[in-house]
Write a new protein. Sequence first.
Lengths: 225, 225
Amino acid sequence: MATARGSYHHGDLGAALVDAGVALAREAGASAVVLREVTRRVGVTPRAAYRHVADRDALLRAVARVALAAMARTVEETLAGAADGAGAASDGAVAATDGATALRAVGEGYVRFALDEPGLFEVALFAMDDMAEVDDPAAAGAGGRSPYHQLQDALARLVGEGRLAADAVEGAALTCWSGVHGYATLAALGPLRSLPRAERDAGASAVVAALVGAVTGVRDAVGPA
Amino acid sequence: MATARGSYHHGDLGAALVDAGVALAREAGASAVVLREVTRRVGVTPRAAYRHVADRDALLRAVARVALAAMARTVEETLAGAADGAGAASDGAVAATDGATALRAVGEGYVRFALDEPGLFEVALFAMDDMAEVDDPAAAGAGGRSPYHQLQDALARLVGEGRLAADAVEGAALTCWSGVHGYATLAALGPLRSLPRAERDAGASAVVAALVGAVTGVRDAVGPA
DNA sequence: TGTACATCAGTGAACGCGCGTTCACTGATGTAC
DNA sequence: TGTACATCAGTGAACGCGCGTTCACTGATGTAC
């Protein structure tokens, strides 16, 4: 939202500060987003930041929005990849992704982002006070949707296909989000973080498959005897 | 593990420091577990702590073990409550809890602890480096089991009842833990934290029911059209 | 039972650090006439 | 086109704070003879 003036003293210090904050978050998580270090990286006096940002907390929230948008972009990429795969594999009858494929892609993208960028993931989801921030356009990807909306879109597709009752969407959204977010948290920041990446990727696929199965009624990964 | 000598200068400073650390974690989470404040609360010089604890990080890890044990105790209580309820409701044929009831109780207890004690929850699960800490006896409840073991126990019961394949236990454990942990994280520390408690409790029941359904093959909360 | 001694838990003061934030200011930019 | 002026982005130095950690020490406890 900050306009790039291009010729004042700095050009667009506000945006530069947020960029530096994002870089710090990427390197070492939320606690590394330190106002003084941000100004140091931009090459400016600490005092200068206060012309563009109310305080350290406002800076962190701005960084969180950028991080959430980055996550949305990763999910978009995963969705695009799934659509390509489906188009190439099918002989033409089914062109676009179906709901289950989309749901799986959203889940895989969510976890992949967390594992690739644990620092940004931490900032994106723990600096969020409430769900209102999810609706901020600054927190969306190129398609204008935040990760939570991308999940809703996939579930809506399942409803359109008659594979999910409309009144079950809310519960399914909560269950899927919880499952995917929990795995991402455990594997990116929690007690599973020291496992080899390949093992964590395999776990992600298993959890996502189980969640998709639970929502659509097809259970292949987890089931009774 | 620290022996209570009872008559030296303090008695058992090591345990007192950990207790104070737990109190701080309960009040304001992991970042509040500050070595100087801990010594201040116990009424001792900062320097004295170093006789009992290697550094601030070791103190935090000790607090994390106590927090995890507290969580295990909450799960034990929830399990006991579920057994009472099942006993009272049945006319005698089914005395103890079945696997599905136990699994639901473990999930409900896990989330309940997170919502009741978000600070301890944060310390318990983010100060854990790897799964080895789960096996530390100091991190277990009265029954000697940590929350992760309690989940495994419930799944083992389902296997015994023939409702879950033995080779599906690992996947089911990961899915259940992820789902429950994710919901707990979102509702205790994340963007759902500002919702009214009643709403968060309802969400917990819905998520746990969906997970139990996914594992046992009975799906009532979330399903296809 | 009494004295000398070793142990070691806790003291009191200080170290260097980096933080967020505020002070009165300077000097480059754009604008009005 | 040139000068006077208002704006406001950024300066440089300092504030008070609380942190983790280390210094050489003191003084209470338990033990050996």
